[in-house]
Ligand binder design. Structure first.
Ligand SMILES: Nc1ncnc2c1ncn2[C@@H]1O[C@H](COP(=O)(O)OP(=O)(O)O)[C@@H](O)[C@H]1O
Ligand SMILES: Nc1ccn([C@H]2C[C@H](O)[C@@H](COP(=O)(O)OP(=O)(O)O)O2)c(=O)n1
Length: 646
């Protein structure tokens, strides 16, 4: 299977507005409550994502009738007013914890026979505490694989509700959520006592809030005892609006704090019932300027420009806290994230995954059982980030691009779990460092025009041809054959070349003139035809893309190296005009030449550059043609600048 990835270029800044997708926690809880309730519930702005799909599919299998209004995010669910009518079913729940845990509890009390399975990772996520809780009221739940983990086999059983049942609260708060939502099915007053410190309390608040909207008021004594009243029944509240996802908001708010801002998210705010809105407070502690309205939150960079180092207990916002781990890359000192042990049993072991990937971009990371300490690097390093089938890993690491550093996100489709359009939204609030790509044949004037345009705009300048010339020169010095592709690629990958003040250095030797020699030109044209050499030089060329912008010239700048270039120019001139220019150039440098051999050479080189299979020289449809045969340098530069400014 080939690896899918998305390459994010270095970004200049972040500003704009994002309408958030619906909250996953609210969507899946609401669906289950609406299914168990009496009456029809209209659900507005339901999240469209994999985890919600798993819940919708399961409910349909279990005999709940629901319908979507056209292509909208509006659904209506006809509740079954009690336990599920379908008494035998096999359910596949993917990696959706918010579907797996609550359905386990509801089905255990439904008097049927059910098999619940998920993806491999779901089978590594603990569920023993929930099963223990359910067994205390008589449920018959068996493990089909490893004791304490899915998949599960649920069998009909005589349920003995009432009294007190105990459940651990220190591994996942979803166990308590699942029991709370299921117990009204018994109709009997039951008290749940939480053993151990309850983690992620705000998620329990969401559960209680939604249960109340469906007519069941749970009495709570602190965070240790929860009593579900006798005779309680879920009743549809009619219409219910799903808030935007507060965890998803964290990426955009962090983007505003890192990339200047302001970035505003719409769909959550002061009146939100989601605990993760408190991410905004954490961000403010880092110095970000944060404003909150009823239904929106906005973040901007700190006055000083740089986030402050932090040491925070993040138990109350476990999901959004991941965003802070990446934000730590931009802080002014080492940062500590504490009390995050629940990360270990999420979509992946998030502490281990986060530590490993943060190290790839240059951070020093110390990892503990329940904490992470991140020391930001002086300079971020471009890296390919693995995402572990964890949507939040993918979304978090997109922020690296705001550090002037390109980043590759492997398997980016994992965002479908909660936010299928994440990368489009991220693109809508970020501005990539602009690239002006100028491609064309030899002696068309690319170098001259590109250098002048770069100077006029204050941009960096890349003469990509010089890299191929350097490879040719270094190969000759190392006495490598120009056919030895692997050896040439290895040489290209670690070319000891430096560019300083219009001089080109190889090791410590000034080779500015040497790489312009006829042998180097011919050699460059040959090594440039080797795919492995081109691949080896790619990262090096990408590194030139730095704020405020880049003008890059060569043969494949707009087609291969910077396909997202802001402006693409194809610069050309007749072969005679180009031969004449080259002749003049060589004469001025005191180097001998004959028109005849220059013409022949240009013809040959044009043919070779255009005929090669990798990155051949050709004008692409999205490039603007600029024929300079009858145009002087001044006019050519003016033409490009007009394009940039228009
Ligand atoms: N209209 C023009 N645009 C760009 N260069 C021109 C133009 N007319 C003449 N020249 C000259 O052509 C020569 C070759 O240009 P150069 O930038 O080295 O080409 P390339 O990088 O495409 O090989 C330079 O000396 C340049 O001054
Ligand atoms: N992006 C690039 C740049 C140059 N090349 C090749 C094309 C030429 O044969 C050599 C040298 O390029 P360079 O731009 O320095 O050559 P000219 O000055 O145009 O003759 O490298 C390439 O294949 N891809």
């Amino acid at each position: 299977m080939t690896m899918d990835f998305i390459d994010l270029p270095p970004m200049l800044d972040a500003t704009g507005q994002v309408r958030l997708p619906g909250s996953k926690s609210i969507s899946n809880r609401t669906l289950l409550l609406a299914a168990l309730a009496e009456g029809r519930t209209e659900i507005r702005d339901l999240l469209a994502s994999d985890d919600v799909e798993r819940m919708l599919d399961a409910l349909r299998t279990l005999g709940v009738s629901w319908a979507r209004e056209g292509d909208s995010d509006h659904y209506r669910v006809d509740g079954v007013a009690g336990p599920f009518p379908v008494k035998a079913a096999d359910l596949f729940l993917g990696n959706a914890g918010t579907a797996f845990r609550p359905l386990t509890a509801a089905l255990a009390l439904s008097g049927g026979e059910y098999r619940l399975t998920g993806v491999a990772r779901m089978h590594e996520r603990p569920i023993g505490d929930l099963v223990d809780g359910l067994r205390q009221v008589g449920a018959n739940v068996r493990y089909l694989g490893v004791e304490g983990f899915p998949p599960l086999h649920i069998l009909p059983a005589a349920i003995r509700p009432g009294g007190m049942l105990r459940v651990r609260g220190d591994v996942s708060s979803q166990f308590l959520t699942a029991l709370l939502m299921a117990l009204p099915l018994t109709g009997t007053q039951t008290t749940i006592e939480v053993v151990g410190e309850l983690i992620s309390k705000p998620y329990i608040s969401i559960t209680l809030d939604l249960m109340a909207r469906f007519g069941v008021e749970v009495q709570r004594e602190g965070w240790t005892r929860f009593t579900v009243p006798g005779g309680a029944r879920y009743r549809s509240p009619g219409t219910l609006f799903v808030e935007g996802d507060a965890s998803s908001a964290s990426y955009f708010l962090a983007a505003g704090a890192i990339g200047g801002g302001p970035v505003r998210v719409e769909g959550v705010g002061r009146s939100s019932i989601q605990g993760d809105v408190r991410f905004a407070e954490a961000l403010a502690e880092l110095g970000a300027r944060v404003d909150i309205g009823d239904n929106w939150i906005e973040a901007r960079a700190p006055e000083s420009g740089r986030l402050k180092a932090f040491d925070l207990d993040l138990n109350h916002i476990p999901d959004a806290a991941m965003t802070l781990a990446v934000a730590a890359l931009f802080a002014d000192g080492p940062c500590t994230l504490r009390n995050i042990a629940s990360w270990r049993v999420k979509e992946t072991d998030r502490i281990a995954a986060m530590a490993k990937e943060l190290r790839k971009v240059g951070a020093a990371v110390e990892e503990g059982a329940d904490f992470l300490r991140v020391t930001p690097p002086a300079k971020l390093v471009p890296a390919a980030i693995d995402t572990y089938d964890d949507h939040r890993m993918a979304m978090c690491f997109s922020l690296v691009s705001l550090g002037g550093c390109r980043v590759r996100i492997n398997e980016p489709k994992c965002v479908n779990k909660t936010f299928p359009t994440y990368f489009e939204c991220f693109a809508s609030i970020t501005r990539p460092v602009p690239v002006i790509a100028i491609d064309g044949p030899s002696a068309s004037g690319k170098g001259t025009v590109a250098a002048r345009v770069a100077a006029a705009l204050g941009y960096h300048y890349l003469d990509s041809g010089s890299l191929y010339r350097l490879v040719a020169l270094a190969a000759r010095r190392a006495e490598l054959s120009l056919d030895d592709e692997p050896a040439l690629a290895a040489l290209a990958a670690c070319l000891p070349a430096r560019f300083s003040a219009a001089r080109v250095m190889l090791d410590d030797e000034d080779v500015t003139d040497a790489i312009r020699s006829e042998t180097c030109s011919v050699g460059a044209s040959r090594v440039a035809a080797l795919p492995a050499v081109r691949a080896a030089l790619l990262g090096r060329q990408h590194d030139y893309r730095r704020a405020p912008g880049l003008v890059a010239e060569g043969r494949d700048m707009g087609s291969i190296v910077f396909p997202d270039a802001t402006v693409k120019i194809f610069l050309t001139a007749t072969v005679e005009a180009r031969a004449q220019r080259r002749y003049k150039q060589l004469m001025e440098k005191g180097m001998g030449a004959s028109m005849e051999s220059l013409l022949k050479d240009l013809h040959e080189r044009d043919a070779r550059d255009a005929a090669r299979t990798v990155a051949p020289l050709k004008k692409l449809p999205d490039a603007v043609l600029l024929d300079t045969t009858k145009v002087d340098v001044e006019q050519a530069v003016g033409f490009v600048l007009d394009r940039v400014r228009s």
